[in-house]
Ligand binder design. Structure first.
Ligand code: ASP
Ligand code: MG
Length: 407
């Protein structure tokens, strides 16, 4: 007998039929002899609708009241899920985040979980009940309802799994599992049976939106085994776990492309100590999240600095850059939002060489120009023209033979 946390995302509980289907999966797991904690998201587009509703009232809703509002989506889901389980003849009880003591900091709309009082959940489990917990929400030290950032039900599920020392955390979603690339772009993409936390983290941050990145970090830290699986059929999904030796034999596990970033170039920055520090300090002060950074020295002791930021933050980033440039006096500031970032990811890269060469020559063969390059231990990313994003992803997927099943 084990303890399993099962999380159902918005699409998996979108309507009555789907809620009943999800309840069946839960009951099946319970009947197999497990204790089950269920975490649910708001139904379908509910959270988006609630945000829109707030913005119909005012352009600038108070963060505390936003949390009060958007957290209601999950409260609806837990009650319906508990009812669906009752209707099948099993005992279940639903709780909001506050009711089970999911205590967070006070950063409304992006709070972090500090502690969870697992006593109540354990008591209910020991009574033989299925416990249904609202995802995405908690309560701060002053009893204010908080939410955990978009996609935050994953955080609830993983945190509960960690603290309850669950044997497994099932993430039910509308995809079959984790793929070698987005199957909508690469029809030959293949579902992976297993992937490491680090690889999934890289892919998640690249826009393979399977799970909230912060939750994957948490799962890694507490070594919570995850299984990303479809809610609409019985296929096995993908296990996300710590590294095992065999994983290193696979040089590249996945590829992804994102069009979420824009780049800013500052040309002719006087090449002296402290300039980059000034620029990035100003960007940080404006809450801009910088991703890739490249600097090179051009002639006459002048440097060029190029960096990427989320498209949504481009305006703020440009303003910050112009502001600081009054002090720095670089020659020219330009930006381009028509870029894409293509990446290949794999823990095997640590011990194999030639990955960069293969990626670059694949792009060269496709006549795709590389504008920026950055690498980490397990990832190589290239910034390219947005119009060539899909073509590039397909080419790289093929070059690394990601469509081929490995022994
Ligand atoms: N309902 C919340 C959202 O849409 C949380 C979640 O789905 O995980 O972001
Ligand atoms: Mg959602």
């Amino acid at each position: 007998m084990g303890l399993i946390v099962q999380k159902f995302g918005g699409t998996s509980v979108a309507d009555a039929q789907r809620i009943k289907g999800a309840a069946q999966r839960v009951v099946q797991t319970y009947r197999e002899g497990n204790q089950v904690v269920v975490v649910v998201s708001a139904r379908g587009q509910t959270t988006d609708e609630l945000f829109s509703l707030a913005h119909e009232i005012t352009d600038n809703p108070a963060a505390r009241e936003l949390d009060m509002l958007v957290s209601t989506g999950e409260q609806v889901s837990i009650a319906l899920m508990a009812m669906a389980i009752h209707a099948m003849g099993y005992e279940a009880i639903s709780f909001t985040g506050a009711q089970v003591g999911i205590v967070t900091d006070s950063h409304h709309t992006k709070a972090r979980i500090l502690t969870i009082n697992t006593k109540k959940i354990k008591e209910e489990l020991n009574k033989g009940r299925i416990v249904v917990v609202a995802g995405y929400q908690g309560v701060d030290a002053y009893n204010n309802i908080t939410t955990l950032g978009r996609g935050g039900s994953d955080a609830t599920a993983v945190a509960l799994a960690a603290l309850l020392k669950a044997d497994l955390c099932d993430i039910f979603t509308d995809v079959d599992g984790i793929y070698t690339a987005d199957p909508r772009i690469v029809p030959q993409a293949r579902k992976l049976d297993r992937i490491s936390y680090d690889e999934l983290l890289e892919l998640a941050s690249l826009g393979a939106q399977v799970m909230q990145a912060r939750s994957i970090e948490f799962a890694k830290k507490y070594n919570v085994p995850l299984r990303v699986r479809p809610s609409f059929n019985n296929s096995a999904g993908t296990i996300v776990c710590g590294e095992v030796k065999e994983m290193e034999d696979v040089v590249v596990s996945g590829a992804a492309v994102t069009k979420d970033e824009a780049k800013i170039t500052i040309r002719g920055v006087p090449d002296r100590p402290g300039q980059a520090a000034k620029i990035f300090k100003e960007l940080a002060r404006s809450n801009v999240n910088v991703d890739m950074i490249i600097q090179n020295i051009s002639s006459h002791s002048l440097a060029d600095i190029t960096f990427t930021v989320p498209k949504a933050e481009l305006k703020a980033a440009l303003e910050a850059t112009k502001r600081i440039n009054e002090e720095i006096r670089a020659q020219e500031i330009s930006s381009d939002s028509k870029i894409a970032k293509l990446s290949v990811v794999g823990i095997g890269m640590r011990s194999h060489c030639g990955v960069a060469e293969k990626m670059f020559s694949t792009l060269a063969d496709e006549k795709i120009n590389i504008q920026m390059i950055s690498t980490s231990e397990i990832k190589i990313s290239c910034v390219i023209d947005e119009a060539q994003a899909e073509q590039a992803l397909r080419a790289v997927h093929k070059a690394f033979e990601l469509d081929k099943v490995r022994a």
